[in-house]
Design a protein around this ligand. Sequence first.
Ligand code: ADP
Ligand code: GLC
Length: 477
Amino acid sequence: MKKVLFVSSEVYPLIKTGGLADVCGSLPPALLELGTDVRLIMPNYQAIKTTEEIYFKSTVQVNRMDVNILETRLPGTQIVVWLVDYPMFFDFPGNPYVDEKGDPWLNSAERFALLCRVAVEVSMNRGYLDWEPDIVHCNDWQTGLVPALLSLETHRPATVFTIHNMAYQGLFPKETCGLLNIPRELWHLDGLEFNGFFSFIKGGLAYADRITTVSPTYAEEIQTAEFGYGFEGLLSHRKEDLIGIINGIDVEHWNPKADIHIAAPYDALSLAKKQLSKSALQAKVALPVDNKVPVFTLISRLVEQKGIDLILDCLPEMLTLPLQFILLGSGDKVFEQKLNDFAKQNPEKMAVTLGYDEVMAHQMEAGADVFLMPSRFEPCGLNQLYSQRYGTVPIVRKTGGLADTVCDALPETFTNKTATGFVFDDATAGALMEVIKRSVLVYGFSELWSQLQLNGMQKDYSWLRSAKEYQALYEQL
Ligand code: ADP
Ligand code: GLC
């Protein structure tokens, strides 16, 4: 049985800001089911929420700091989670990346370097936990120093680095590297140095034994200048070690048949009951309760990646169509303001909820007809998968994991029953507007529409298949 230590800055349900947490909370249980001894390590943030007991396990000294390691379980599972407890860094309100006011932590480099150093001690069985992993599986830039630091050890475990998003790299001034006492031998052009800066993500990209990303298409895209952010050369140089494995989803948590948050449970055989969730959603956001009009939704971090600017450009025309638009999100203040203004000017057609609301996300997936995901890039994307499971038809841009998981509604894909949504290519408002119109048109043909819904609902996005791919990768190491 392989022993795998998962390192992540966020894990659902303990703490979540996006899909990274969903993956780190649902892939480990799937691996455990396949017989992998998987454990997790993450920071002990003040905002962590759990009903499980948390107890003291050991103290390690890293970079002259005494750090406690606490132990708990991933809620609802037997999976051990180690929490890196250093109150001076983590015992503050806010999320893993920003403080209470929404400003990025000024000591982000220190915070995540500490996570990495403690993960290295645990990996080398120097954390007094009496457990030695065969593989250390790191996720995103916050964990990038782990493969780099482990490369300096003899008899070390193998390392895997998963890229969930190349756009976030953990880039800091060169001096930070010195301040953090990172060993000098890691500072060079093939090491942690990136254009004169100190790069956390490069620690993963340059030193991990294997690199994975969260969809096959994104694995190709990041080897090009458009998506590689300057790492395309390194990534294509390492293409033999790079593989794209599509994310799965937690099919119990995202299950319209057993979702405790929605008005009435439903499945493919009782799809008509979805209407009850639709009416409840319309009532909740104070839009006219109308079963006939298609409800479009979007749940997202409001950042450029997600194509929010394309939506804003479409809104004047989109809101003239027979549809309603319900949005839940938070992020860029300019986007928030503009979206709110549109909603205020169109109270009969559009409703905006700013903030983060897990329950409402479920209600929107259940209550909507269409889910918008016009991302400029999307390593995998999870909401288009949740949507398909809830019989909500996604509109996506043909990029990354969206291209791999949504099949465009065309005459031939209707005929062979593979159509699950609407796909557009160019990142322009014109191209997005065209698919929005196409979807409204198809919505008018209820038989075609139910076929789209059922095709999506029948797809299997459970973790099993992807977890097996990770397992096969671990076996090679
Ligand atoms: P990313 O990780 O890039 O944000 P994903 O599609 O992989 O994109 O995952 C986003 C996850 O975060 C989904 O589970 C989505 O429902 C959730 N989410 C995003 N914004 C919100 C919000 N404002 N409220 C509730 N859930 C949200
Ligand atoms: C990132 C990506 C998203 C992906 C998620 C989980 O946040 O932006 O596309 O689904 O990680 O892998």
